[in-house]
Design a protein around this ligand. Structure first.
Ligand SMILES: [Zn+2]
Length: 299
């Protein structure tokens, strides 16, 4: 873990220097061990959510599934349904980090959404965040209560989200059922290409040690009637992105995306340094996981 930590810190320093964010007072070296670990987990969890999203595009294209409405929203919902459906505390935390990721992205965009964003294929960042929160509280209102409360997510909306989650889950499951096959196994080709520079290599190593790309190969490698040879590739792309290429039958996750999420969370740590201390270090109750809310609703 030591070498991972130094790679992470080096990469963070690079990010901050590169973006020359004057608002960031905290140097990466000053992060506590706990913050480093939480930051690493945040990066990994956001990568996993995004990989599930791309896997959703993969299923739509490989099975030629009908999509009513915006595909980007539909595959976000699939990510949520699969991760929440596992009813696993770790994966619930993945969802919290994914929601926080979109909130942080929204906050980082100081000028707010532009015309291009309204015209784009995706929902606005804050809409994507709240859509994930809706799936979370719809799936497990009790577990995510503290999280939803911290966002002042309205009770009335939570009621609607129960229905919306069930509808999303049942719709996806009925579509997928026709493309599932008992005992089916699919071989995926997972590769982490060398990043080509030391800083991004730190993120490549982090994702590799967490088996982030392998998660997709494991989850979709059994029971789905997919042909062998779908590639899942981590590489440097020169841009923060992740995508499914139907021609190449390949999911690509760009290491720049991980660096970007690392920067988002490091900036958050820098801006909320006092808050954490105020809550004290001994908050080791069972609530700790559920209250790991990194973003508060904008005033
Ligand atoms: Zn997409």
């Amino acid at each position: 873990m030591k070498s991972l930590k130094s790679a992470w810190v080096a990469a963070l320093v690079m990010c901050m220097a590169m973006l020359s964010m004057s608002s960031v007072q905290l140097k990466a070296e000053e992060l506590t061990e706990e913050q480093v670990q939480e930051g690493q987990q945040f990066v990994i969890n956001n990568a996993i959510f995004i990989l599930f999203h791309e896997a959703g595009h993969m299923l739509v294209s490989e099975f030629n599934l009908p999509v009513l409405g915006r595909e980007e929203d539909a595959v976000d919902a699939l990510s949520a349904v699969l991760l929440l459906g596992a009813e696993d505390e770790e994966l619930n935390t993945t969802m919290q980090d994914a929601a926080d990721g979109w909130f942080l992205l929204d906050e980082a965009n100081e000028d707010g959404p532009q015309e291009d964003d309204f015209m784009g294929t995706h929902g606005l960042d804050r809409q994507r965040a709240y859509a994930i929160v809706c799936m979370m509280t719809g799936a497990n209102a009790e577990f995510f209560k503290v999280f939803a409360d911290s966002l002042e997510f309205p009770e009335e909306r939570r009621q609607e989200c129960v229905y919306e989650y069930q509808k999303a889950r049942d719709s996806w499951m009925s579509l997928l059922a026709a493309n599932m096959k008992e005992g089916a196994k699919t071989r995926f080709d997972v590769s982490y290409q060398p990043a080509g520079n030391e800083d991004l290599q730190g993120f490549a190593d982090l994702l590799k040690s967490a088996g982030a790309l392998e998660t997709i190969a494991t989850v979709f490698g059994e029971g789905y009637d997919l042909k062998d040879g779908i590639k899942i590739t981590g590489k440097s792309c020169g841009v923060e992105n992740a995508f499914w290429d139907p021609e190449a039958r390949e999911i690509t996750y760009c290491y720049e995306m991980a660096a970007f999420h690392a920067d988002l969370i490091a900036t958050w740590f820098a801006n909320n340094q006092g808050t954490e201390e105020a809550t004290g270090d001994d908050a080791t109750s069972e609530e700790t996981d559920a209250t790991a809310v990194k973003v508060k609703k904008k005033e």
